[in-house]
Design a protein around this ligand. Structure first.
Ligand code: NDP
Length: 285
C-alpha cells in the first residue's frame, strides 16, 4: 500500500514557518506582510477560495485584504485597482482570482500586476525567470508539489518524472521545477501518443489534467510516486483527483489524496510567496 502524502499536515508546517517569517518581517519593517486578493463576480467556488486565502493570511499574522468587485466590472476598472495596489507600498502580494468575467482579458491582468508583487508567479517576467532557473516567484501549486516531494525525501536527481498537463498555471512550471531538481522530465498532454506507456516510465508522476480519475493502474509503474493536482467532481458529485486513487494506491509507493494532498499546499505556498516577495522588494532599496 502506498504511503499517503498528507498535504494537510505538511501545509500546516509550511504555514507555521511562514508565520515565523511574517513575525520577523514585522519586526524589521514595522508592519505585517500584506496580501491583497481581488475577486470579480460571485462565482461560488472562487468565493470559497478567496475567503480561505484571506483567512490563512490572517492566521499567519499577515495583513490580508479582500477586494470584491461586481461581475460587471470593466477591464479598465480592474486594471486601475491593480495599478493602485502596485503603487501601495504596504501591499506585498497581489492575487486576482481567476477566472475573471469574459469582458476582462486574463492576460492583461497578469501583465499589469507588478512582477515584484506577482505572488501567483504568472507574469511573463516571472515565468521567464523560472524558465531561466530563477524560482524567486514561481506559481504556488507547482511549488506545493515540489515541497510535498521534498517532505517525503523523494530522490529527484536522475529520476524519470512525467507531468501530464502543460498549462502555464500548473503543468509547465511543475516540469521546470522538477528539471531544476535534476529530474529527467517528460511533459505529456492531450496529443501525447500512448499516454499509459509514457506515464509508466515515471518514477514521479504528476497529474494536472482536470479529468476525474483519468489515470489508473495502467498508467502507474510499481513503486512510483504519484502527485495528483486535479480537482474534479466524480459521478456522485464528490471531490476527486485526476488519478483513480483506489486503483493506484496498491501500486504506487506514495500518493497524494484528493482532497487533502496538493490543494492545501497551494495556499501555504501563496503565503510563503507573499513574504518572499515583500522581503525581496523592500530589501532591494
Ligand atoms: P488546464 O485545463 O489549463 O490544462 C489541462 C492540461 O491537461 C492541458 O495541458 C491538456 O492538454 C491536458 N489534458 C487534457 N486532457 C488530456 C488527456 N485526455 N490526455 C492528456 N492530457 C490531457 O488545467 P490546469 O492546469 O489549470 O488544472 C489542471 C487540474 O488541476 C484541474 O483539475 C484543476 O482544477 C486542478 N488545479 C488544482 C489546484 C490546486 O490547488 N490543487 C490549482 C490549480 C489547478 P492540451 O494542452 O493538449 O490541451
Amino acid at each position: 500500500m502506498a504511503r499517503i502524502i498528507d498535504g494537510k499536515s505538511i501545509s500546516a508546517k509550511v504555514r507555521a514557518e511562514v508565520a515565523e517569517k511574517a513575525a520577523r518581517f514585522k519586526q524589521q519593517y514595522g508592519r505585517a506582510p500584506g496580501l491583497d486578493v481581488v475577486l470579480v463576480g460571485e462565482d461560488p467556488a472562487s468565493q470559497v477560495y478567496v475567503r480561505n486565502k484571506e483567512k490563512a493570511a490572517l492566521e499567519a499574522g499577515m495583513a490580508g485584504k479582500l477586494h470584491r468587485l461586481p461581475a460587471s466590472t470593466s477591464e479598465r476598472d480592474l486594471l486601475a485597482l491593480v495599478n493602485q495596489l502596485n503603487q501601495n507600498d504596504a501591499v506585498d502580494g497581489i492575487l486576482v482570482q481567476f477566472p475573471v468575467p469574459s469582458q476582462i482579458r486574463q492576460t492583461e491582468v497578469i501583465r499589469t500586476i507588478d512582477p515584484r508583487k506577482d505572488v501567483d508567479g504568472l507574469n511573463p517576467l516571472n515565468a521567464g525567470a523560472l524558465a531561466s532557473g530563477d524560482t524567486a516567484l514561481a506559481p504556488c501549486t507547482p511549488l506545493g508539489c515540489i515541497r510535498l516531494l521534498r517532505e517525503i525525501e523523494a530522490n529527484l536527481a536522475g529520476a524519470e518524472a512525467v507531468v501530464v498537463g502543460r498549462s502555464n498555471l500548473v503543468g509547465k512550471p511543475v516540469a521546470q521545477l522538477l528539471l531544476l531538481q535534476n529530474a529527467t522530465v517528460t511533459v505529456a498532454h492531450s496529443k501525447t501518443r500512448d499516454l499509459p506507456a509514457v506515464c509508466r516510465r515515471a518514477d514521479v508522476l504528476v497529474a494536472a489534467i482536470g479529468r476525474a480519475k483519468m489515470l489508473n493502474a495502467a498508467h502507474v509503474k510499481p513503486g512510483a510516486i504519484v502527485i495528483d493536482v486535479g480537482m474534479n467532481r466524480d459521478e456522485h458529485g464528490k471531490l476527486c483527483g485526476d488519478v483513480d486513487f483506489a486503483a493506484v494506491e496498491s501500486i504506487a509507493s506514495a500518493i497524494t489524496p484528493v482532497p487533502g494532498g496538493v490543494g492545501p499546499m497551494t495556499i501555504a505556498m501563496l503565503l510563503e510567496n507573499t513574504v518572499t516577495a515583500g522581503i525581496a522588494r523592500l530589501s532591494a532599496r
